[in-house]
Structures are given as structure tokens and as C-alpha cells.
Design a protein around this ligand. Structure first.
Ligand SMILES: CC(C)(COP(=O)(O)OP(=O)(O)OC[C@H]1O[C@@H](n2cnc3c(N)ncnc32)[C@H](O)[C@@H]1OP(=O)(O)O)[C@@H](O)C(=O)NCCC(=O)NCCS
Length: 143
């Protein structure tokens, strides 16, 4: 039996899920890459804030690859996973998956590594709290 189209989806639930709309397109009519990156950044930032118990900023995007286009009407799901933590920083693996509207066919469209830094109220790097003190999140695994 051929594998299900969804068989390689990351485990767990996506951090965010959104439908690509006509306002999200580039002049050629495909969904604008910058819109997808902003969704990835939002999702990774949500995961970072849970782990850091507070404010975080993106300091770097280490890698980012666009594998397939996204088109209007696609359901766009962003999966995040913390793969590394330092004293103040977190590295988050982010995958974007599309599901074509009215189908069950899913495919991975982007993948990247985002680095966040936890900040204090003076916008300076802040040490991450111990793992046991962080807020539980259903959408990712903590490193
Ligand atoms: C994030 C920021 C506070 C870091 O300041 P900084 O003086 O470089 O801080 P540090 O040198 O102490 O580094 C803090 C952590 O970030 C990591 N870091 C800094 N620059 C990095 C880079 N380019 N790539 C990967 N990690 C980096 C350091 O390794 C360190 O991690 P660790 O504590 O886990 O070891 C500062 O660069 C900043 O405010 N940048 C702008 C952020 C922003 O506006 N983002 C867009 C909107 S969210």
C-alpha cells in the first residue's frame, strides 16, 4: 500500500495553522515567501516564549529552504521543535506544511532553524529558566 500523504508529518499538533488568502500573494499569484517566513517566525516565537516564560526576540535565522510553493486556499500548518538551548538562546526547528483545500494531501513546503534570545525588561539577554519552571505547551517538545 502506498504511504499516506501525511505519513511524514511532524508529531504532535502544529503551533499555528492558518489559511493562505489572496492578500498574501506575490505579483505572480503564489503566496509570498515573506508571508510564510513571518508565520514561521510567529510560531517559533510562541514556542520560545513558552520555554523562556516571557519575552524573546529572533536573533538569527540560520537556515531556511523553500521546497514547494503555497497557493491561495492552502491550509498552512507550522510545526516547531526546540532542538538546542544555551544560556539565553533557543534554536527552534520549524517546518511548514500545506494541505491543498478540499483534499487530504499534505506536503512540506519550508524548513528552517530560527534562533531566539530571552530578554529581560531592559531588553538584555536573560538566562532561560529551568525546564521544570516553564509553561506547558501541547505543540512542541522542549529541549
Ligand atoms: C538579541 C540581542 C539582545 C542579543 O544581544 P547580544 O549583545 O548579541 O547578546 P549576547 O552576545 O549576550 O548573546 C546572547 C545569546 O544570543 C546568541 N547569539 C547572539 N547573536 C547570535 C547570532 N547571530 N546567531 C546565533 N546566536 C546568536 C549568543 O550565542 C547567546 O546565546 P547563549 O546565551 O545561549 O550562549 C540583540 O542582538 C538584539 O536586540 N537584536 C535585535 C533583535 C530583534 O529586534 N529581532 C527582531 C524582532 S523580534
Amino acid at each position: 500500500m502506498p504511504p499516506s500523504p501525511s505519513s511524514n508529518l511532524p508529531p504532535g499538533v502544529p503551533t499555528i495553522r492558518v489559511v493562505a488568502m489572496p492578500t498574501d500573494t506575490n505579483p505572480a499569484g503564489d503566496v509570498f515567501g515573506g508571508w510564510i517566513v513571518s508565520q514561521m517566525d510567529l510560531a517559533a516565537g510562541t514556542t520560545a516564549a513558552f520555554r523562556a516564560n516571557g519575552r524573546c526576540v529572533t536573533v538569527a535565522i540560520n537556515s531556511l529552504v523553500f521546497l514547494e510553493p503555497v497557493v491561495v486556499g492552502d491550509e498552512v500548518s507550522i510545526y516547531t521543535k526546540i532542538i538546542r538551548t544555551g544560556r539565553t538562546s533557543l534554536t527552534i526547528h520549524v517546518e511548514t506544511w500545506r494541505r491543498a483545500r478540499h483534499t487530504h494531501i499534505t506536503s512540506k513546503v519550508t524548513e528552517g532553524e530560527f534562533i531566539f534570545v530571552a530578554l529581560d525588561d531592559k531588553r538584555r539577554p536573560r538566562a532561560l529558566p529551568p525546564l521544570e519552571d516553564t509553561l506547558p505547551s501541547t505543540s512542541h517538545e522542549n529541549a
